[in-house]
Design a protein around this ligand. Structure first.
Ligand code: ADP
Ligand code: MG
Length: 696
């Protein structure tokens, strides 16, 4: 085994306790230490003239003690005034000993290292590291910047510095331990340093490295590592995709029966499919006729009509005698799908079962039984579909809606469930989160992508306005008028905390006050803590217009479809990401009438917040909004931080490094022919044992 894969405990000075603490930082083996990069650096390579110091700097200085004093004012403190001829500074100690008092006698030459800040009497350093020295530059002990690592409780900088140092020394002594898998031609072309140099530079930069580049992450050493990490992730997904293409899948052949069924289905729809829907349907159909599993992502903005496309795919599986599983991220949406699929397939021989975490007892047993013996051919549910107890009789197609809410791993796990004798089901995943192209390339590089880039005809853009909460009274009037026209309204409550309890409480309060303020309006409440049957009943009432105003938490974010509701008020929109707001807003604008979204913010708004809400006001295009969101908030928000199982990087940062992605794709594709031997080691290095994608 490569020495770098040995546990950190084999290094000198790392006992069981330290090893445990290192593990908390994800540092298990020696190699992990090598890729554990400093958060920032301290500069002990040179002595700053005191006259050049500025507050906020952390600097090494040396000077002579001029006087020393114990100040009784406020908290008792020891103040030591030192100067070096260019300026003076005060050292301040709140905890001090008599010995310290004696050492810092006037006339003594000392060096100090600490952050500089403003004090009562000019610049000061509080509790600096200090030393009595013989000559002014005797304090320079380092020729390189000192790394400051991320820590965890009980772990000190010194311990981790020593551990990393040992790991790096090992690599210096035995360069073969750390193979550079990136071909030299590529390093040259992109001006990347070799792996060992990059690592050395980042852990212990010398004077040739720009501190600014280190701070803003533009230093080539860092870019190189980020590039390599992104490349490894890309390769893993590509491998998955290649393997998938080699697997067997049930083919859904074109037969007289299937043709009759699909024709009948299309004809019985209350609308004509858009060109984009037809195109995507034929892409899906072509995939399903093959003997290899489809892995297709359908991307389409909110309201573009993805559900019907997936229903068509389901029909192909059903007519070929296979089961279909439909997974949605929320119960609300799963309910809606259950209803839609049941309606659409009314004239066909289907038996739909519904499975969520809330289904218990006999009902659950029956549902599971029907799936296992094959009497049920469509199962719709939430992630409860992953449960061990779920066994399929003959699963042919998996449909995952709003896929951004699920991670790559969940997506793959469900497919494993449906595997039978090496035959794996087709998979269709849908998302309304139009993530920027570069990110999509990485995150979805195991998928084929179809885009529904056309909305059903007659849709008008949603008119969005940004208004302060003080205008609540006007908003209430507007609701009254709107409801007077027999139309319906959403009122969405948001909260900063991801606390569902608080969010639900806030929504309950809002529903109460609105009920009082709007005596002629039928107000109802829906939130995530209600029982599934209750939610279902409320949603049903809203759909059937027995409710005028629905007060909701962000549970209605995805999927919910009630075309007569054309007005939405979002309270405190400044708390949500743009893509999430765009999703929420997508609940309106589903009919042919004008629709409105009022973003009712709490003043004062920060400049960024104003800017962000402005983006939403000015655009109805999910792609534009996602690009802006990436620019303004970073990829975590765009790809959904709440999403489980999303990609985690050690070094790469998609906001900082997104410019690398294009190169990653090109080079990654070339790797399969030009450096095939490097692929596995690279994937192991960066994804290690977590390569759950890989059995796969
Ligand atoms: P999303 O893509 O956001 O999941 P849905 O599938 O929920 O969108 O569709 C939004 C609404 O548009 C639904 O009411 C659906 O019945 C309707 N719809 C879908 N396709 C068309 C079409 N081609 N013409 C008119 N209405 C359509
Ligand atoms: Mg949808």
């Amino acid at each position: 085994m490569n020495l770098l894969n040995q546990p950190v405990g084999i290094l000198t000075g790392i006992g069981a306790q330290t090893a445990n603490r290192l593990q908390k930082l994800g540092l298990w083996v020696i190699q992990d230490l090598i890729f554990h990069l400093p958060l920032r650096y301290e500069d002990r390579t040179r002595v700053y003239p005191i006259g050049s110091l500025k507050p906020g700097m952390t600097a090494l200085i040396s000077g002579t003690v001029e006087f020393i004093d114990v100040l009784p004012r406020g908290r008792k403190s020891l103040v030591c005034h030192i100067s070096d001829g260019t300026g003076f500074i005060n050292l301040k100690f709140f905890h001090f000993t008599a010995n310290q008092h004696n050492t810092l006698k006037p006339g003594t030459l000392i060096s100090c290292f600490a952050e500089v800040r403003y004090g009562y009497a000019g610049l000061e350093m509080v509790h600096p590291d200090y030393k009595v020295i013989a000559t002014p530059d005797a304090c320079i002990t380092e020729t390189r910047l000192t790394p400051v690592y991320p820590l965890t409780e009980g772990l000190s900088q010194n311990v981790i510095r020593k551990a990393v140092r040992q790991a790096l020394d090992l690599c210096n002594q035995q360069p073969e331990l750390l193979t550079d898998w990136i071909p030299e031609s590529i390093l040259k072309q992109y001006h990347y340093p070799a792996l060992a140099d990059a690592i050395q530079t980042l852990h212990a930069p010398d004077e040739s490295v720009s501190t600014i580049a280190l701070q803003n992450g533009s230093v080539p050493a860092l870019k190189r590592l980020a590039f390599e990490e992104l490349l490894a992730h890309y390769l893993v997904l590509r491998i998955t995709r290649n393997k998938t293409k080699a697997w067997q899948a049930p083919s859904f052949p074109e037969t007289a029966t299937s043709n009759t069924a699909t024709r009948h289905f299309i004809r019985s729809l209350p609308f004509k499919l858009t060109g984009a829907q037809q195109r995507v349907i034929s892409e899906i159909e072509a995939d399903c006729r093959k003997q290899h599993p489809m892995m297709r992502l359908v991307q389409g903005d909110v309201g573009s009509g993805k559900t019907i496309v997936s229903a068509y795919a389901a029909l192909l599986a059903l007519t070929a005698g296979y089961q279909v599983a439909v997974m949605a991220p929320t119960e609300l949406l799963a309910e809606q799908h259950k209803r839609n699929f049941s309606d659409w397939f009314d004239g066909f021989e289907t038996h739909v079962v519904y499975l969520t975490g809330q289904l218990k007892g006999n009902a659950r047993k029956e549902a599971l039984q029907a799936l296992e013996d094959g009497t049920a051919n469509i199962i719709i549910g939430t992630h409860a579909l992953f449960q061990d107890a779920v066994n399929f009789h003959r699963l042919g197609l998996i449909i995952i809606d709003e896929q951004h809410r699920f991670g790559v791993h969940q997506r793959l796990a469900l497919r494993e469930k449906g595997q039978q004798d090496n035959i794996r089901p087709h998979q269709l995943v849908m998302t309304a989160t139009p993530i920027p192209r570069t990110l999509a390339m990485l995150q979805y590089s195991d998928l084929d992508i179809s885009i529904i880039d056309e909305l059903p005809p007659g849709r008008k853009p949603i008119v969005t306005s940004v208004i302060p909460a003080e205008r609540r009274a006007d908003v209430i009037d507007r609701i009254n008028n709107w409801v007077g026209k027999k139309k319906q309204v959403y009122w969405v409550c948001t909260l900063i905390e991801e606390s569902e309890v608080l969010q639900c409480e806030a929504a309950e309060k809002t529903a109460e006050t609105l009920t009082q303020a709007l005596p002629d309006v039928r107000v109802a409440l829906i939130h995530g803590r209600m029982k599934s049957a209750e939610k279902d009943a409320v949603m049903q009432d809203f759909k059937n217009h027995r409710i005028d105003l629905l007060v909701a938490t962000t549970v209605i974010e995805v999927g919910v479809d009630v075309p007569n509701a054309g007005l939405m008020i979002i309270e405190n929109p400044e708390r949500l990401g743009l893509s999430q707001l765009h999703q929420l807003r997508g609940r309106v604008g589903r009919g042919n009438d004008d629709s409105y979204c009022l973003l009712m913010y709490q003043a004062p708004l920060s400049d960024t917040a104003r800017h962000r809400l402005g983006v939403l006001r000015d655009s109805n295009d999910g792609f534009v909004i996602a690009e802006k969101d990436l620019e303004l908030r970073g990829p975590g928000e765009v790809m959904g931080t709440r999403q489980t199982g999303q990609m985690h990087f050690k070094i790469a940062d998609l906001a900082r490094d997104s410019a690398l992605l294009e190169t990653v794709q090109q080079i990654g594709d070339d790797f399969f022919t030009q450096a095939p031997q490097a692929i596995q080691p690279l994937c192991d290095r960066w994804l290690g044992a977590s390569t759950e994608y890989s059995e796969v």
